[in-house]
Ligand binder design. Structure first.
Ligand code: B4P
Length: 194
């Protein structure tokens, strides 16, 4: 089993690259953003609570997203590996993920961190907001709040995995194809060494 974390600020290309990576490597895609948006679309109590938090650009409580990931791991016993997109976003989420993977006798193989300038992030997200119907993409102050949440609470996740020498930082600006090629090259290197 080979498990990957795709890491980076909102708008860095995690969702975009995940689609291609799962098709290439046959991994199960677990995006906490997608799982939360599905709860919102189904108007579940969890979705109603999450929407008000996401609309402010804040992170949903750890116990909620950890519970969702735990259920998703349980629901996919035959997966040949997982691609985590937008998770973990805090140290508590990282620690919980390590424990959950240990129970499955597996671990994170690599953390691929995409670096993109703040102005480019804002431009991409406002542009996506024109067509996505996502309320958190239409307001620049909410987008900036998401970037601040990332700096305050999520950048520490890279430090957590650096301790284990698992983080590779890559340029997240350029064409989608160029970035995909650099992600694949890192994954192939790590996969061939196990
Ligand atoms: P997410 O759904 O994770 O979304 P995101 O970070 O905003 O976007 P992503 O990074 O996937 O977007 P992409 O670059 O692909 O989170 C949304 C919210 O959910 C969070 O704010 C939070 O409230 C909550 N949440 C989710 N997970 C959580 C967790 N673990 N804990 C707590 N709360 C959580 O796409 C952006 C745009 O850029 C697209 O339009 C794309 O076409 C474009 N793009 C991509 N690559 C490009 C490139 N190379 N060049 C130009 N444009 C590009």
């Amino acid at each position: 089993m080979f498990n990957i974390i795709l890491f980076g600020p909102p708008g860095s290309g995690k969702g975009t690259q995940s689609e291609r990576l799962i098709a290439t490597y046959g991994l199960k895609h677990l995006s906490t953003g997608d799982l939360l948006r599905s709860e919102i679309a189904n108007k579940t109590p969890l979705g109603i609570e999450a929407k008000s938090i996401m609309d402010k650009g804040q992170l949903v409580p750890d116990e909620v997203v950890i519970g969702m990931i735990s259920s998703a791991l349980e629901a996919n016993p035959a997966a040949k590996g997982f691609l985590f997109d937008g998770f973990p976003r805090t140290t508590a989420q990282s620690e919980a993920l390590d424990k959950l993977l240990r129970l499955k006798n597996t671990e994170i193989g690599v953390v691929l961190a995409l670096e993109v300038s703040e102005e480019e992030l804002v431009k991409r997200l406002l542009n996506r907001g024109l067509t996505s119907g996502r309320s958190d993409d239409t307001n620049e102050s909410v987008i900036r709040a998401r970037i601040t949440e990332y700096k305050d609470k999520t950048t520490v996740v890279a430090n957590y995995y650096s301790k284990y020498d698992k983080v590779v930082t890559l340029k997240g600006e350029g064409t989608v194809d160029e970035i995909f090629d650099s992600l694949c090259s890192e994954i192939n290197k790590r996969m061939s060494s196990i």
